[in-house]
Design a protein around this ligand. Sequence first.
Ligand code: DP6
Length: 322
Amino acid sequence: MTTATARAYPNIALVKYWGKRDSTLMLPLTGSMSMTLDDFPTTTTVERMPAAEADTFQLNEEAATGESLRRVQKFLDIVRERSGSTDFAAVRSRNEVPTAAGLASSASGFAALALAASMAYGLPLDPAEVSRLARRGSGSATRSVIPHFAVWRAGDDVTSVAEPIDAPDMRMIVVVVDAGGKEISSREAMKRTVLTSPFHDAWVTSTELALDSMISACADQDFTRIGRITETNALRMHATIQACDPPIRYLAPQSVAIFDRIRELRDAGLETYGTADAGPNVVAIARPEDADAVAQSLAEFGTVRVMAPGPGAALLSDSDAL
Ligand code: DP6
């Protein structure tokens, strides 16, 4: 089959990936751990075009150009190298993340593309291999191949893949903060952190420890420890990023106010913890039975969405092709 369609969902890290050891092979400096979400998927069809002279990429029914086209083409070069095929491809994607939701789509996007391209080009379809391939598109995509909870090991080119990990059921309450203004991409900011942040080494050692503790907290089904590790790790990442030269600040005043509210809720007996990626949005985690109360208490700060652990990347039938 030379045409294939796959779907994958975004993920939010509880122990963050921030910094590359090798930016060609996309190897991270540390391992990380995440929850895959159950909404906002990306669906992607890859159609091999033996007669075409270049790859094309259509996103939400519009032809992509510039950097986003270039990233897809570079990714397909790796697929061609692995498969031995020289065929170009037509890639069509539908991204269901509302533009204002502020959830990065590179994780779901490259996880779906990795699986659809693997099928279309006859590459191995087991999750470890698809995860390894997705990594080359975007680091966080490595984890979106895996359902529910995933650990992505730092490893080397062969072993740097994500694997499932058992964790207690929980919900993520995504609070979308409208901070305006354009942010620097995580890719650029990561580079600057490695090169200029004096806290970078401490970030790496503390994240390695955080991942070990997270894995044991998950084994113990200990939500309290999971939450504490999550919030501490996220704030350490932001501290490390803020110490860049020139500085980068992703958290807006509203984001900080949400972290404060989360602590107040905790003090009042509603157990929830916060995290934030490379932007002003804050994601609270809570036990399933507490999620609605947390969502209500955070609604004044922005649009809130409650998300459960979601599916890994999956192939769809021909009738779902774009
Ligand atoms: C803050 O995966 O978007 O969300 O590998 O350069 O494509 P590239 O970066 P990306 O970075 C994600 C950073 C983060 C933390 C995380 O998801 O672990």
